[in-house]
Design a protein around this ligand. Structure first.
Ligand SMILES: *Cc1c(COP(=O)(O)O)cnc(C)c1O
Length: 471
């Protein structure tokens, strides 16, 4: 397009001031506010300017676009004011899906968060004496009930997440010294948590012992010197080492720690309060078992198997926990009242043994029969409306996810859809664009919706979506 024509088109554009004075925009200003309307008007004008510069509009098209300008600005306002963080339906079958926010919170936890956060609370105030107190006490007493036994008196502090708990533990106990870790435990957890990197930032020096597949107690013993501060064990949350392997037992490591007067800390990753063997999953360590074995300190997440909010706990011997608590880093990593409220309500469910209160545990407990029934009902409902698609109920395997129980699966049921018109990728995308986005997975060339991670009340939302998308 020649420059003279372009210049002519640019002249047709109103100024921002003119636009803002126009009647339709005055209405928008009154309704949505001046600032967001101005911002959106600028964006809409810039788009037109760019289109002219790129010779993408002739005069007729530009005039049409100008007629539509206030509507375009209104759409822009809507887009700017829409919430980015949204609720989705998880039909992947992965219970602790890190990208989907890990553990859903219980009703009780949400109610407690609402109650405590909508106004003031006794977060750090002792109502009996009127004195200042510590925010830790609200959950420390519950962790103590759940984890102490007999002689064992367990104390717990809470920080932002398990990564922070490991960082803080290492810094408080080992800064300037060495920490021994088996080479087979130098793990990376998704989202760039790597033990060597965290160690480095904590100011402790990593001393690797043993080999990738075999580490013996003697490897630890031989590496101990006068700079050694801590023996660290890290749970292999998201992978397994099989075949020719060896690892000292926790008891042996604890005995070595005692002998050499070195604390033993274990990063449990998920750390279970509930025994997963109840649902047929082996090998996921229980927090209480590690403490019973004599480990001085354990660290674990709040939003993995615990089924609560994002948080990281350090539980263990009272004197060591107190030492860690007095480290200035604790102040920087502490959590707020909403997390304490959610955590307190979550722990109370454990104390009552009301495991079904916690969505993640409830989902693990769902039986195949009930899932099969729901899947059949859903498939039957949708099939008739979608004659061009193949809709069946198939066996599926749900996984725990969130770096827990690697390799373990729970038998589940899924609704499988093979569209006659769209490929599986497009189908998946359509589901994600639904009013309440639905996240599913592809197997072969079909879309699979695993119902274990779907709240039963959401089945009808899925049915409505399928009938529209695949009709
Ligand atoms: C998940 C995990 C972490 C990180 O926990 P966040 O709560 O996500 O910070 C650290 N170590 C292990 C072994 C884990 O499994």
């Amino acid at each position: 397009m020649n420059p003279a024509v372009k210049a002519e088109l640019f002249r047709l554009l109103p100024s921002v001031d003119e636009l803002m004075r126009s009647e339709p925009l005055q209405t928008l200003i009154a309704r949505e506010g001046r600032s967001i309307t101005l911002d959106s008007a600028r964006i809409a004008l810039l788009e037109l300017r760019n289109a002219i510069a790129a010779s993408a509009l002739d005069e007729g098209q530009l005039r049409n676009a100008l007629d539509d300008l206030s509507a375009a600005i209104e759409r822009q306002i809507e887009q700017s004011l829409a919430r980015s963080l949204r609720a989705v339906i998880n039909a992947t079958g992965v219970i602790l899906h890190t990208n989907l926010g890990r553990a859903p919170l219980s009703h009780e936890a949400l109610e407690h968060v609402f109650e405590v956060s909508k106004g003031y609370s006794n977060l750090e105030s002792d109502l009996a004496t009127g004195e200042r107190s510590k925010r830790d006490i609200h959950v420390d007493r519950l962790f103590a009930k759940l984890l102490s036994s007999g002689e064992r008196d367990v104390s717990t502090i809470v920080v932002n997440n398990n990564a922070a708990a490991v960082l803080l533990g290492l810094n408080a106990l080992s800064e300037g010294g060495e920490v021994l870790v088996s080479r087979g435990e130098l793990v990376e957890i998704g989202g760039s948590f790597r033990i060597p990197d965290v160690m480095n930032k904590s100011g402790a020096t990593l001393r690797e012992v043993g080999t990738t597949n075999r580490t013996r107690l003697a490897d630890y013993e031989n590496a101990i010197n006068d700079r050694t501060r801590l023996l660290l064990r890290v749970h292999r949350s998201n992978f397994q080492i099989v075949g020719f392997t060896e690892q000292p037992s926790l008891d042996e490591l604890v005995a070595l720690g005692r002998k050499c007067r070195l604390p033993v800390m274990e990063d449990l990753g998920s750390g279970a309060l509930y025994d997963l063997r109840e649902v047929g999953i082996e090998g996921e360590p229980m927090i209480a078992e590690s403490l019973a074995a004599g480990v001085d300190l354990v660290t674990y997440s709040g939003d993995k198997l615990l089924g609560g909010p994002q948080a990281g706990m350090i539980s263990g011997k009272r004197d060591l926990v107190a030492q860690i608590r007095s480290n200035p880093m604790f102040r920087a990593l502490r959590v707020d009242k909403m997390i304490y409220a959610a955590l307190e309500a979550t722990l109370l469910a454990y104390l009552r043994e009301d495991y079904d209160q916690l969505p993640a545990l409830r989902m693990m407990h769902l039986g195949e029969e009930g899932l099969d029934h729901r899947a059949r009902k859903l498939a039957d409902q949708v099939r008739e409306a979608c004659p061009e698609s193949k809709i069946e109920v198939v066996e599926s395997r749900s996984i725990i996810g969130g770096g827990s129980a690697p390799g373990a699966t729970l038998p589940s049921r899924a609704v499988a859809i093979h569209s006659g018109r769209m490929n599986a990728e497009t189908s998946l995308q359509e589901l994600r664009h639904w009013e309440t986005p639905i996240v599913a997975r592809i197997e072969g060339n079909r879309v699979l919706l695993d119902l274990r991670t779907v709240e039963p009340a959401q089945d009808k939302v899925i049915a409505a979506a399928l009938m529209r998308i695949f009709a």
